[in-house]
Design a protein around this ligand. Sequence first.
Ligand SMILES: [Zn+2]
Length: 245
Amino acid sequence: MPWLTRLATIARRTGFPVVEVDGWKTRGHGPQPCVEGVVCHHTAGRDDMHIVRDGRPGLDGPLSQFWLRRDGTIFVVAAGRCWHNAPSTSEHHDNSSSIGIEAENNGREAWPSVQLLAYRMLCAELCREYELPASRVMAHREVNRGKPDPHSIDMSAFRADVARLLAKRQPAAPRLPELRPGDRSEHVVTLRRALGAANQTSTAYTAEDPDLMALVSAFKTKHHLGPGPDWTADCWTALNRSEKP
Ligand SMILES: [Zn+2]
């Protein structure tokens, strides 16, 4: 198997925002020999994509192909082999046979529901792509007895959810959260970029932001999505399908 240059495309099928980290298509400890499993991790830190990309003292990066931010944004870090699980107790989940997902979590804090949903959907889309059953999605702690991560996630329930997502014939529908005036979310930045206001980076969705509201209004009118400023799931769906806003 060559470099996994479809990872961003696969991740986008979840409907969650995807960030392609510069240089990801050629980052790795050589190409990925095969994909027979997915290993779920927590990073034990915050704001630590750079560690997954660059490594830490004693272990060179990349450490995993994906970094999953707490707001559900999926960062594609590497297309090659990553140092995320050695030694492995499973022949399908070592560095040469599996993909790693490092989810941002300090190892103690509660998981945001949006992050957990993105986690399950990313696993499901990886299983769909590489024709793996949900049973091939494993916690790091299940395939390396010295590891605790990802903490507090019931992997049996997690895999059952992945299996349900996989059973749908079509890739799962976008689940980006609705936005209402007053909300704050990284998804506002995604929306700005998609609608053509990429020069702004505010995460506030506010009626005092005439540029954004004008773009939203124009888009909703053009696509017959009803009046008002609420940005709904139907709006995300229409946006994902449209060539241009
Ligand atoms: Zn781990």
